[in-house]
Design a protein around this ligand. Structure first.
Ligand code: NYM
Ligand code: MG
Length: 188
């Protein structure tokens, strides 16, 4: 149908939850079903701001906490014209992290919980330890109280295939619902 806008589908969660795997699977499945769907991710490391963020995350540089928070935000703002254009053209965007990660990961720095020494199977980047991730999860749980955001909670401990089927069904609903509503504003 002409004039139908795309849906903005954001996958959020702590590191190692499987978001990137699921985002890729979702775009492939939507495309196979004849939907126009594209993948975005934040941080988008390819831009100049993204390169600063990548270096910070890889612990190759230090950036003051407030300043790096704003760089993450700027990294989203620089993609907003593209996001709006795609959505209004009817392309559904599957986004691997968005502003909620921005709040949760900065918020995790401000929570002073006891640091657990145990390490899980995280990578080597900044923030990738169990104690930090637990604080980020706590922040995500608080953000899910925001009723202006249409949150759907998916249990990421199930198999890749089961999680995929669940996300795909939720996304089909979201795409249908989005087509009935004009583009709004989401915080960045
Ligand atoms: N991250 C991501 C932030 O701290 N703030 C943000 O605004 C965003 C979008 O970047 N540990 C953190 C969360 C992740 C890290 O993300 C890198 P990824 O998805 O592993 O590339
Ligand atoms: Mg990561």
């Amino acid at each position: 149908m002409a004039g139908r806008r795309g849906a903005l589908i954001v996958l959020e969660g702590v590191d190692r939850a499987g978001k990137s795997t699921q985002a890729g699977r979702l775009v492939a499945a939507l495309s196979a079903a004849g939907r126009r769907a594209e993948l975005l991710r934040f941080p988008e490391r390819s831009t100049e701001i993204g390169k600063l963020l990548s270096s910070y995350l890889e612990k190759k540089s230090e950036v003051e906490d407030h300043s790096v928070h704003l760089l993450f935000s700027a990294n989203r703002w620089e993609q907003v014209p593209l996001i709006k254009e795609k959505l209004s053209q009817g392309v559904t965007l599957v986004v691997d992290r968005y502003a909620f990660s921005g709040v949760a990961f900065t918020g995790a720095k401000e929570l002073r919980l006891a640091d657990a020494a145990r390490r899980g199977e995280f990578g080597q980047e900044r923030y990738e330890d169990r104690a930090f991730q637990e604080r980020a999860l706590h922040c995500f749980q608080q953000l899910m109280g925001d009723e202006t955001v249409n949150w759907k909670i998916v249990d990421a401990s199930k198999s890749i295939e089961d999680v995929h089927e669940e996300i795909l069904a939720l996304s089909e609903d979201a795409i249908r619902a989005a087509a009935q509503r004009p583009l709004g504003e989401l915080w960045k």
